[in-house]
Design a protein around this ligand. Structure first.
Ligand SMILES: [Zn+2]
Length: 106
């Protein structure tokens, strides 16, 4: 299977495909790539070092409600395992929200 990005999931759902499987959200999270309603964020970038905004203001996951981008970047830059855990929680939540929106639109 190997599908895919949130945008691909939405497009394939329109074609009637309703079963997908991919490592992308967890693999990307482990490497600091986060999917948000504002596009992809590479949390390793220095510009997030002082950013006190939530990772994704539109996301209701426990990571976005509790931790600012600066803290997530600090964890990643410090090579803390917690960075991988929190990033994975967010990306999976984002994917679940994407699928929830797809289901409601059908
Ligand atoms: Zn989130």
């Amino acid at each position: 299977m190997g599908v895919g990005t949130p945008e691909e999931i939405v497009e394939y759902s329109k074609l009637g495909i309703d079963m997908m499987d991919c490592v992308l959200p967890t693999r990307a999270a482990r490497h600091g790539l986060l999917f948000t309603s504002e596009g992809k964020i590479s949390i390793k970038q220095a510009r997030y070092a002082g950013d006190e905004n939530p990772l994704d203001p539109s996301c209701s996951c426990q990571v976005c409600r509790r931790y600012p981008r600066a803290y997530l970047r600090h964890l990643y830059a410090s090579n803390e395992v917690l960075a991988q855990v929190l990033n994975t929680i967010h990306n999976l939540s984002y994917y679940l929200d994407t699928m929830r929106r797809v289901r409601h639109s059908i």
